[in-house]
Design a protein around this ligand. Sequence first.
Ligand SMILES: NC(=O)c1ccc[n+]([C@@H]2O[C@H](COP(=O)([O-])OP(=O)(O)OC[C@H]3O[C@@H](n4cnc5c(N)ncnc54)[C@H](OP(=O)(O)O)[C@@H]3O)[C@@H](O)[C@H]2O)c1
Length: 275
Amino acid sequence: MTVLIIGGSGFLGTELVRQSAAAGHTTAATFATRPGGTPGVTWHALDLRDSERIEAVVTAVGPRLVVNATSGGSDWAVTAEGSVRLAMAAAKYGCRLVHVSSDAVFSGTRVHYDESCLPDPVTPYGAAKAAAETGIRLVHPDAVVARTSLIIGDRRSVHVRTVHDLANGTRSGVLFTDDIRCPVHVADLAAALLEIAAGDAAGVHHLAGADAVSRHELGTLVARRDGLDASRLPADLRATSVLPGALDVRLDSRATQRKLHTTLRGARQFLALQA
Ligand SMILES: NC(=O)c1ccc[n+]([C@@H]2O[C@H](COP(=O)([O-])OP(=O)(O)OC[C@H]3O[C@@H](n4cnc5c(N)ncnc54)[C@H](OP(=O)(O)O)[C@@H]3O)[C@@H](O)[C@H]2O)c1
């Protein structure tokens, strides 16, 4: 199978590219600023704001499967419009599409969210991700929209780097004890995405880890795994801060997990290992 990973140079994208190539798929990938280094992979420069370039890359690669692992943050033209443009191209050329979305589409008001819950974002980033989901499902009804949570692995994970910087005193900041998410390991997430892609399921899927942990507990687990002094991690309450965004968002991934061979381990499990 020919696979095209959009945003293959990113943290999740790099693992998707690695696993796709290791599985024997002809793998192509895109980057915005710098190509990745996985051997045997064809790299294409692509900015999702450029619809002609999207079509050019899709026609040049001729993929059976397209996975969108880009992150344009709150930039509407990339995260919302660019993702919908890509879905239009995937639909036009008959490609299966897996789009990676986020728990940021939820406000945290109801804490627990399964696949039947409707997005109610409270940040510009969450709104752009929610808009992308809606547009993609309209223009490509067979697409998979895969929502996930904090992606953890080695120091290429922004969340792991933050813990290292805080523990080493090279950055100021705090880790909230009341800001709860369901972190997932990047290898589990990539494997689950490729497993879903290989089937014919469509629509919204939740692919988060099995444990709900606070940012501070996550930091402590990372610190212990990586031999850092966890007592150096400053703790605070998000509820008393002025930061916008959701407090407690727990993606319930049980319905999706039941359909998968890949296990979406919880943070307490995967951070207890030397992974
Ligand atoms: N990281 C998390 O904890 C987390 C949590 C929930 C959901 N997610 C979702 O998971 C996905 C992957 O996240 P990640 O952390 O792996 O992201 P990342 O490391 O920041 O990678 C982002 C990728 O998008 C590419 N990109 C940036 N701007 C682009 C543009 N204008 N056009 C095309 N490509 C562009 C980047 O290319 P260059 O590197 O070449 O610039 C890179 O390949 C995203 O959809 C994100 O919303 C992530």
